[in-house]
Write a protein that binds this ligand. Structure first.
Ligand code: NI
Length: 564
């Protein structure tokens, strides 16, 4: 039964407990320059007054931002053009926008990959891939070479100092990483640049939260988190969030005493009275704000507006139902808005709940080295028999066999089984180079995906052989390494009774059982074992289901032998 208690807060009292404006360990990205965080969240950042004409000009960029600043206003650099830090740690700026920005004539020779910059009588040339530039007769070494990326040419920011006569300032602060070319070294433009370009996307994320309506995944303080089933939901034009989970994800705490809910976040305190329908926060609601809450199954959910107020953060609704809560206002910074919207859109839907069969004990049956036979072959008959018994299993497949016997590939997931990767050619990974490991594993994953529509979610190395390299590479391939705790030795005995006895006599709750869908004897033995163990209260689940049932979150590159 769902128990609903709906509170719509008509009035919001101002708190007597006034709050220290900077919280979250003092990090308030952009807040200092971009207006205080408590200001109207929806107002775009005000363009600053043009500086007096006597002031020399400047041009500024931000790492990762598709906008720059010139003539005291933001301007777009071009589609997907943004300064970046290259692999040598040097800042690269877009040739055209930066060169022309500081008043140079810029030409680009596409064929020879040569950029020419002309400043009055001085001509400078730079060639892609060469960490040098010529200025007049002189050859000057550069800290890094110009590059072409996504069809656009970038040059080291330092190079422009040699030809433009401007002073270059790199500014790395809690407001963002800025690149500023100034005519007057003394001129301080940091505040205006920070206001116009905003904090970096990373900084918004590090101090904020990102949600997508309908998902139980979120990003809080830069970390992916899951509300494990407590999906945010839409109602009355608001999106509702589990209050306690959100506050603790931001490093705060929630205490409930009677009807009073106290939210503590850094130096900040806010109160919610669920009986009187009042909230005490540090600011007046704006007109749009919809302060309301639901109690659903004893969990307190608050509306997006109320959550923003209680946390003292700015709420921004982005496209595709993505909501950002940020310390500094986000609205009006198109690059950051778009980046966060894209990140939010990727937040997954609630994972389908594992249908856990009622049982006293759970074990995982695993079958290696298959598939075997065509649509009437051994693997197909095994799938039929498991289906009849309501048993799930994990199949660690070899690519070379998938190539021959892929007619069963669309059945695994459909029938509740799990797909595992057992290398392309049954090669021992500890004897391979890193690139060969990935050919064997990633190549097999791609092959399986081409038939089954999805990649395997777990892997088992051939012979169970692994070392630190295999672990590190499987972490990169995002696959947990699954070994076993009960070996049936079915390949040795090739005897149905032996397989059955090995299982029935040795099995323990949480075991991972090793078999091969290669032998008729395995097929007969495992089915007899299933029938006997079902009577003893056992259920047969996939490796991932077994982990979930035992409260273990499988991690890529980690080795699991059982969940006893
Ligand atoms: Ni094998």
């Amino acid at each position: 039964m769902k128990k609903w208690k709906i509170g719509l807060l008509g009035a919001v009292a101002m708190s007597a407990i006034m709050l220290v404006p900077v919280f979250l360990s003092g990090a308030a990205p952009g807040a200092g320059a971009a207006g205080s965080a408590g200001a109207d969240a929806d107002a775009p950042p005000a363009r600053s007054e043009p500086l007096p004409a006597a002031d020399p000009d400047y041009i500024a960029f931000q790492v990762g931002n598709r906008y720059g600043v010139k003539e005291h206003a933001r301007f777009p650099l071009g589609s997907n053009i943004k300064p970046f830090v290259d692999s040598s740690g040097r800042v690269q700026v877009p040739l055209q926008a930066a060169g022309e920005g500081i008043g140079l004539d810029v030409t680009w020779d596409e064929v020879n990959q040569i950029a020419t910059l002309i400043n009055g009588k001085t001509t400078a040339t730079l060639t892609v891939g060469i960490p040098q530039m010529t200025v007049g007769e002189e050859i000057i070494d550069l800290p890094t070479a110009p590059v072409v990326q996504d069809g656009s040419t970038y040059i080291p920011a330092r190079a422009l100092e040699n030809v433009g006569g401007w002073t270059l300032e790199f500014l790395s602060s809690d407001k963002g990483n800025y690149i500023i070319f100034k005519q007057d070294e003394q001129q301080s433009v940091t505040e205006e640049v920070a206001k116009l370009l905003g904090a970096s996307t990373e900084q918004y994320l590090t101090n904020g939260m990102l949600f997508r309506s309908g998902s139980d995944q979120a990003i809080a303080r830069g970390e992916h988190i899951s509300f494990s089933g407590m999906t945010t939901f839409d109602d009355d034009n608001s999106i509702y969030f589990p209050l306690e989970e959100c506050v603790s994800a931001m490093g705060g705490s929630v205490e409930t005493e009677g009807d009073t809910v106290t939210i503590q976040l850094g130096q900040r305190e806010a109160l919610l009275d669920t009986a009187k329908n009042t909230a005490r926060v540090d600011r007046q609601p704006t007109e749009k704000e919809n302060f309301c809450f639901h109690e659903l199954n004893d969990i307190l959910y608050v509306s997006d507006d109320l959550l923003a107020a209680l946390l003292g953060m700015n709420k921004t609704l982005l496209s595709e139902g993505v909501l950002a809560f940020t310390v500094a206002p986000l609205k009006g910074y198109p690059d950051q808005e778009e980046a966060l919207a894209a990140m939010g859109a990727e937040l997954g839907n609630q994972k389908p709940k594992v249908e856990v069969p009622e049982a006293e004990h759970y074990v995982a049956l695993t079958f290696d080295d298959g598939p075997t036979g065509q649509s009437e072959g051994l693997t197909a008959r095994l799938l039929n028999a498991l289906n009849e018994r309501g048993a799930h299993a994990t199949f660690f497949m070899c690519g070379y066999r998938v190539k021959d016997f892929h007619s069963v590939l669309d059945r695994y997931l459909e029938e509740g089984h799990e797909m595992g990767n057992h290398t392309m050619d049954h090669k021992t990974l500890t004897k391979l180079s890193v690139s060969e490991i990935h050919e064997q594993v990633d190549g097999n994953s791609d092959l399986i995906e081409s038939y089954a529509g999805e990649k395997p979610t777990v892997m088992r190395p051939t012979g169970g052989a692994y070392n630190d390299t295999v672990k590190a590479e499987m972490e990169k391939s995002e696959l947990p390494i699954i070994l076993w705790s009960l070996d049936t030795l079915d390949w040795q005995s090739k005897d149905a009774k032996s397989v059955e006895n090995k299982i029935v006599n040795n099995v323990q709750d949480g075991d991972i059982i090793l078999m091969h869908d290669l032998y008729e004897s395995t097929y007969k033995g495992v089915l007899n074992a299933i029938d006997k163990l079902k009577d003893k209260g056992y259920a047969f689940v996939t490796v991932s289901e077994l982990a979930a049932i035992k409260g273990v979150e499988l991690e890529p590159g980690k080795v699991y032998t059982s969940f006893r």
